[in-house]
Design a protein around this ligand. Structure first.
Ligand code: E4P
Length: 217
């Protein structure tokens, strides 16, 4: 399963890239608004750092404006994936942009039928938001199971990108279901890198080793 970082923060991305586990990045207008600076330049820098798919989201809401914005975003870098919200207008825009060979991530997916429609119009990725469903006492991971099941029955190339991930448990469940990608904040990857039993075990190994060396020098 591919790991994307859900962030527009260069420092966060820079700190995880050297581990060799990060395959791409997703951004959204809220994340970019937190960063300040020129969003185009930031996204370009992210592309150069990650050298993998980087989702940049349109802020237009009408199909022809989304199409123009999407075409423009796609010129920033070869790694750009244009992110388009699942709306009626968005679906029209995806159809046109995907036919031009521009990779599209359809975002704000909250039902399996939305995911199916996005796949039909040629999305490269669909982003179901699991955390936001859990937040309203709905079953985020249940939605992933439905989408994976549907996509398994048809020859769509669309990848299931599990978004709005809140914890390592979401990553675990997504991997068990065979989702193609997870996008998570850097903090979730940091949490996944730690295990108290690993720390306790390593401390003991090193103490035992040190003890065995006493008197040998
Ligand atoms: C996905 O691409 C979105 O940027 C993101 O996962 C939203 O997550 P949130 O619900 O934590 O804001």
């Amino acid at each position: 399963m591919k790991f994307f970082i859900d962030s527009g923060n260069i420092k966060e991305i820079e700190s995880l890239v050297p581990l060799g586990i990060i395959d791409g990045v997703t951004t959204n207008p809220s994340l970019m608004a937190k960063e300040g600076g020129d969003p185009r330049q930031i996204v370009k820098q992210i592309c150069q750092l990650v050298k993998g798919p980087v989702s940049a989201e349109v802020v237009s809401t009408e199909a022809s404006a989304m199409i123009a914005e999407g075409r423009d975003l796609a010129t920033i870098d070869e790694h750009i994936v244009v992110k388009i919200p699942f709306t009626r207008e968005g679906v029209k825009a995806v159809k046109t942009l995907a036919a031009e060979g521009i990779r599209i991530n359809v975002t704000l997916i909250f039902s399996a039928v939305q995911a199916l429609i996005a796949a039909k119009v040629g999305a490269s990725y669909v982003s179901p938001f699991v955390g936001r469903l859990d937040d309203i006492a709905s079953d985020g991971m249940g939605l992933i199971a439905q989408i994976v099941e549907i996509f398994d029955s048809y020859p769509y190339k669309t990848e299931v990108l599990v978004a709005s991930v809140r914890s390592p448990m979401h990553i675990l469940e997504a991997a068990r279901m065979g989702a193609h990608v997870c996008t998570a904040p850097a903090s979730v990857y940091e949490a996944s890198l730690k295990h108290p039993l690993t720390d306790i075990g390593l401390k003991k190994f090193l103490e035992d080793w040190e003890k065995s060396q006493t008197g040998k020098k």
